[in-house]
Design a protein around this ligand. Structure first.
Ligand code: CA
Ligand code: CA
Length: 81
């Protein structure tokens, strides 16, 4: 399973989340980014839960949407190089 750390994420998105304490995309809150976060994020989206999980708002636009899923997947795929 692919797993990424906060440092990896910041290296990709430096400056994008200056005020965040939690790791964007770490939906299951285990301190790493992985495919399990993608599935949890999709579950949230399908459940219609569009607010309340700051880490699920990966692109920081204030809501949970399919763009958050694709942003997280893009990061996971691009880190595998
Ligand atoms: Ca995680
Ligand atoms: Ca979002």
């Amino acid at each position: 399973m692919l797993q990424y750390t906060y440092d990896d994420w910041q290296a990709m998105y430096v400056g994008l989340y200056p005020n965040r304490e939690n790791l964007p995309g770490d939906v299951n809150d285990d301190g790493k980014l992985g495919i399990d976060d993608v599935t949890d994020l999709i579950d949230l989206l399908l459940a219609g839960n569009s607010t309340g999980n700051d880490q699920a708002d990966v692109d920081a636009d204030g809501r949970i949407s399919i763009e958050d899923v694709t942003t997280l997947i893009d990061f996971l795929l691009s880190g595998n190089k």
